[in-house]
Design a protein. Sequence first.
Length: 149
Amino acid sequence: MKISPIILAAALASVCAAQTPVVSEDSKAATGADLSQLPEGQQRLIGGLILLQKLYICLSGITNNDTAEAAVPTLMQLNDQLRQWSGSFSNLPPLSEPEVLAYEDRFLPAIRKMNQGIEAQAARIAAAEYYGSRNLPAALVRLAQIGHQ
């Protein structure tokens, strides 16, 4: 069995959809050498959490037209990185049912919290009518489409 579609769905279905960002103990390991000692599936899930954290930070920095326009290249880059990340699970070795359940227990709460924060930022930006940016809505639509492929 591959990594559960529930994990991928939770991570991607709500990409443009958290109260506050979460950096778990596992994602803190991503900044050090400890990450390489984790199983490959965990490394990739942590990488996804880091990408979601970057997305949250980018969105939370949008407060006016200038920051909205300045965020578009970063959002496009994150779009590419999230697409690559979502496709990176296909070559992982199969997981046992207990491993899948352990990953879900460990990572789904953080993924859900990140998605809630991203959703709140996206709603704030939409309510502000994208701060008058013509490019920001298109960049956000591209991100939202990741979860619907």
